[in-house]
Design a protein around this ligand. Structure first.
Ligand SMILES: [Zn+2]
Length: 447
């Protein structure tokens, strides 16, 4: 009988097995999540998948897991269809009051011809407004301008973010020659926020860049005075297919080591900033949470998976799901830390049936256990595996997300450990309870 099983045997079936307060005390004393996140950001910095820095991140993670006492530390191959930013992302407002705008090409955007693209701008705040313009979009540059509001959750990223995720494809369908989007972010630092966009087969791939909020406002005011032209000159585009890797390490269970609780985070970041909040914080949290949970000697194995290329391809997630397809039935739960370094607000479980079970596990806990449609993006391809997460407060996260300002100083040392302790608690419960969570449908929603 494991130590926590003995505690359970002494109490009622619904009693909490894991002492959350003790876990928190340890996390705050050791600061393991904070220190790892800061070191990854400072020592490796920006680490775009498919770049040399991405390889350095892989080496860093292997060394880190070994030094942290993990066993079976290894890399697993991931093929990345790389994408590279050019030396200069130029977006210029033309005319007598014109100027260069603060902009970044969006991930997966093609470059322009060397002479760039010049066209009149049409401004919209939604896809409905774009579709209403219909044929007037042909030959123009579409300007998506909708401000993201601060929120503790991902709701705004989902709704306003759609303009970035699908903006180039939607504008391309109507014959636009380029597009710009007001940054999907809440900061006012005149920093553009990059991020991936999705192109659709059969739809012209048009160049797409993000503008800093201040420059979006400037362009909006100019358009109120009259028609405006933009010049877009981007030298980004697809690079070669390259070999990269996920990094995996385990802390074996004491009773059912073949059963797995997966703690994930993504190792890659965008090529701007140092990837401190996204997702250095998650890497620190996943490693520390697994360590803290393993110290309680649960029955099952805690496996940390540090995914390559969450940001624009989910290629590491897909490679892991393929390589471990026959083993997914033995994954009793998976959770990913990919929501920055904010403090925990509660617990998220995919599906109402799973949430009801976790509520029993955590009976008496103040923080709510919510049923959600999805959690970490790297987990969306893990067919059937029950998914959990900590609902972290992201109200500061989107101020710096995918910008040059995503640096280690943005991490609050106490908040990140609070989240690490909450992840540890959830992982320890999932790794030691006799009762497991219900399997999910084979294809959980992607977004
Ligand atoms: Zn991320």
């Amino acid at each position: 009988m494991t130590a926590i099983a003995a505690v359970l045997a002494a109490g009622p079936a619904s009693a909490q097995k894991v002492d959350g307060a003790k876990l928190l005390q340890r996390a705050l004393a050791e600061r393991g999540a904070y220190q790892r996140a800061v070191r990854l950001a400072d020592e490796v910095g920006a680490r775009l998948a498919g770049s040399a820095a991405g390889d350095r991140a892989v080496a860093w993670a292997v060394a880190e897991l070994k030094a942290s006492g993990f066993s079976n530390v290894h890399t697993e191959p991931v093929t990345v269809q790389s994408w590279r930013r050019g030396p200069d992302d130029r977006v210029e407002l033309l005319g007598p009051n014109g100027r260069r705008l603060h902009a970044l090409a969006l991930g997966l955007s093609p470059g322009t011809r060397p002479e760039g693209v010049r066209a009149e701008v049409v401004e919209v705040d939604s896809f409905a407004a774009l579709h209403q313009l219909g044929d007037k979009v042909r030959g123009k540059i579409v300007f998506y301008n909708r401000a993201m509001k601060r929120s503790t959750g991902f709701d705004q990223y989902g709704t306003v973010g759609a303009l970035r995720f699908m903006g180039a494809a939607e504008a391309g369908k109507l014959g636009a020659v380029g597009a710009v989007v007001r940054s999907i972010g809440t900061g006012w630092h005149r920093l553009p926020h990059t991020g991936a966009t999705e192109y659709e087969p059969g739809v012209p791939k048009i160049p797409f860049a993000a503008l800093a909020a201040e420059d979006a406002e400037l362009l909006h005011r100019a358009l109120q005075r009259g028609p405006q032209q933009l010049a877009l000159s981007l030298s980004c585009g697809p690079g070669p297919k390259v070999q990269s890797a996920n990094v995996v390490g385990e802390l074996p269970g004491r009773g059912h080591p073949e059963q797995i609780v997966l703690l994930g985070a993504h190792l890659d970041s965008w090529d701007v900033g140092d990837g401190a909040l996204d997702d250095g914080a998650g890497v620190g949290i996943a490693i520390e949470a697994a360590r803290l949970a393993a110290d309680l000697h649960p029955k099952r194995t805690l496996r940390v998976v540090l995914y390559m290329n969450e940001e624009y391809e989910l290629s590491g997630a897909k490679a892991y799901a393929d390589a471990h397809a026959t083993e997914l039935g033995r994954h009793v739960a998976a959770m990913e830390a990919d929501a920055g370094a904010g403090p925990p607000l509660g617990f998220d479980v995919v599906g109402e049936a799973g949430a009801a079970i976790v509520r029993r596990w955590l009976e008496g806990t103040r923080e709510p256990v919510k049923a959600v449609p999805r959690t970490g993006s790297d987990l969306t391809v893990l067919a059937g595996v029950p998914q959990l997460a900590i609902d972290q407060d992201v109200s500061d996260y989107f101020e710096w997300h995918h910008t040059d300002g995503d640096t280690a100083d943005k991490i609050d040392p106490e908040a990140i450990e609070r989240s690490a302790a909450a992840f540890a608690r959830l992982a320890a419960e999932a790794a030691d309870r006799d009762e497991t969570l219900p399997r999910l449908p084979p294809n959980p929603p992607r977004r």
